[in-house]
Design a protein around this ligand. Sequence first.
Ligand code: F6P
Length: 541
Amino acid sequence: MTARSQALTMLRALARKDAGGRILHHFATDPGRIQRMGVEAAGLYLDLSKQSWSAEGFEAALDLARTCDVEGRRDALFAGDAVNNTEGRAVLHPALRAADGAGFHALGEPVSAEVDAVRAAMADFATDIGSGAETGGAKQPFTAIVHIGIGGSDLGPRLLWDALRPLEPVIDLRFVANIDPRDMGEALAGLDPETTLVVVVSKTFTTHETLANADLAKAWLAESLSPRRMVKHLVGVTAAPDKAEAWGCGRTFGFRDWVGGRYSLWSAVSLSVAVALGWDMFERVLAGARAMDAHFVEASLEVNAPVLLAMAQVFNVEGLGRPARTVAPYAHGLRRLPAFLQQLEMESNGKRVKRDGSPVDTETGPVVFGEPGTNGQHAFFQQIHQGPQVVPAEFVVVGHTSGAAMDAREGDAPLWSNALAQAQALMLGQTEAQARAELVASGLSAEEADRLAPHKIFPGDRPSTTILMDALTPEAVGALLALYEHKTFVEGVIWDINSFDQWGVELGKMLAKAILRDVAAGEPSAGLDPSTSELMKRLMV
Ligand code: F6P
């Protein structure tokens, strides 16, 4: 038995034991629990004390992290080794948010000078658009940006914009991802081509949806602008600049293949956001992420926020067979966080083979879903409280949301008090006796109270993590997203999978092309499965 399988066996055994106790009991028997399981990192505070683990379970999780050499693998990532082993690539998103002159290397090649140069070009572009020095083809200042991209070329920048945008932005930034033309139609509605900048974001510059949308946007510009003027309105952000230029971009901002799509928001992928927010704000996002990088590299495992967050997930998935997690950000500005995490975590860790290609010997990445609070409470939280499956929850709680314009009423307490109450309710539950007493106190007869009490039992002991942010500042948002990136990486190390490829998205893309060929030919090809064939026939009429 390897040291890793021994550590896994220990974790599973202790998790089973811990599941037999109650979380509240752990507080009673372990006075140091809050201190041990509450960590500060880059301005965030994580409370992992409402997880199911006892002090021993927690130690077993840390021991597993040590045994899997999380620190060594982390150092290899920061050193620019070929961590993405199926594609032979370094994984260096931290280089994108490092201070100028940081000295990162990818597979031995220095990369920081190029990162700094792109960043300086982005800063100039953002400043020049803000000042009006950079204009459209008709010398009019830009008042709107249409950002076209999908997956990692969409979710991170969109999240940043939602989280940090002013209530009345100077630049009207709109995002288009879906190949449904309605998405583009909505984005272009009311815009003036003469004052609109189109930013096409695609690492590969081959993504079907993005290129189809880019063509639509180009055609829309061409209705009003001559080809000579139009180039000033078309900017590409890509790791394939020759493709972007061949397509018609007047200017491109680059990044390298060592930036994974879902880890790319720190690069020129966020150009449109940097322009619309202003360069200083974007730099502050990078600074927040940089602070989380420093914490991840320097903090020892037992107080390392990304490591502990990852190990809580591993404890739930691997130890307790809980294959899902819900994330509820209690801030309107973070409403896209669940969507961002779905790509980050499920595209990174939804894998069935280990790094060496052999089948995994553990569970891997769980299903992640969520909604902002308090909206989710009025939707799926019923199931989280009383459904038969235990779904661990994660509450991202913001002391001061950016809704400062609404600072009348009771401030932000109505929002965050709900998050705290949900986490408390999940842990405490409600017994049948408590339910009955409450019903009787509300005036029901003993008979009625007996009849209804079973419906009002909450089993409790449902685990949650709470992540606190003082305010929705650029630094805090940067730190939060970097926290999740590193957490995802640590899980991949424990499960021994490559978190940085995504072969699972390719088969569907290939089959969609074949279906489109059939559509062009006017009929399903021979040998197509009967279900797909029938559906196609119905859709082709
Ligand atoms: O299909 C999945 C994916 O490859 C993601 O990994 C990526 O973020 C997205 O498509 C967009 O890719 P690109 O930036 O190359 O257009």
